[in-house]
Design a protein around this ligand. Structure first.
Ligand code: C5P
Length: 246
């Protein structure tokens, strides 16, 4: 059974406050996209390297930079690594990555969708997600228990005092990471459905699993990993510089 991966690296990363797009920012001597590609390609399956093919989505104006950043990775692996232009949103970038996968792939192939913004996701996390899909779960996300108390407020205004509407039961919550794993046919259907309902903002999803949930299908959570933390702010980058994959 084939396993392919889409690595999203086409964001601008405005919240990082860096001149480069986030995926090209260096941490621990290597760009984020390079770390993330390496952890996907280091994962092992029952018969050797897990990932048969990797498609990376890049900002259109930095396509060549991402291609050359990945030269070393390409030389180290037997798996094809291709770079395609992403879209205006993360969802559009994932759709562009899926469209670039070989047409002959079987619908029950496993596709892993991973964010370059999580450069230190360890290979065993990648393996855990793929194994859960292979074992029969069509959509799998890694998640960690939430340690903060979480309260629901009204429409977002981060600058003003706001009344609390409710405290959410923390034990039931998981903070979800990437890589997320899917049967390829299922994820393609979920993205097609999202495009068909793109006019309806109430149906928007912030991750791929959210699109699958909208089809009324089950999504399964497997244990996540703190090392797969997302880099969003300059502080996150400093923490990643200090800790790396420790
Ligand atoms: O911006 P944020 O950190 O939430 O983005 C998550 C991931 O999605 C990042 O790896 C980013 O490069 C990717 N992305 C993308 N195309 C976009 C926006 C974000 O590939 N248009």
């Amino acid at each position: 059974m084939s396993v392919v991966a889409v690595l999203t690296a086409a964001g601008s990363g405005t919240r990082l406050g860096h001149a480069l797009p986030k995926a090209l920012v260096p941490v621990r001597g290597e760009r984020l996209v390079v770390h993330a590609a390496r952890s996907l390609l280091a994962a092992r399956g029952p018969d050797g390297p897990l990932v048969d093919e990797l498609v990376v989505t890049a900002p259109a104006e930095h396509l060549d930079d991402v291609v050359s950043a990945l030269d070393a990775v390409r030389a180290e692996t037997r798996a094809p690594v291709r770079v395609v232009p992403g879209g205006a949103t993360r969802q559009a970038s994932v759709a562009a990555g899926l469209a670039a996968l070989p047409g002959a792939l079987e619908a029950d192939a496993v596709v892993l969708v991973h964010d370059a913004a999580r450069p230190f996701a360890p290979p065993d996390l990648v393996e855990r997600v793929a194994a859960a899909v292979r074992s029969g779960h069509g959509a799998v996300v890694p998640g960690l228990p939430v340690t903060d108390t979480v309260k629901r407020v009204g429409p977002a205004d981060l600058t003003a005092a706001q009344p609390v509407l409710a405290t959410v039961e923390r034990a039931d919550l998981r903070a979800v990471q990437t890589p997320q794993g899917f049967r390829l046919g299922l994820l393609r259907d979920a993205h097609d459905e999202a495009v068909a309902h793109a006019h309806d903002e109430s149906l928007a999803a912030t991750d791929d699993a959210g699109l699958v949930e909208r089809l009324g299908l089950d999504v399964w959570v497997v244990p996540g990993d703190e090392r797969a933390a997302k880099i969003t702010t300059a502080r996150d980058l400093r923490v990643a510089e200090l800790l790396g994959d420790a």
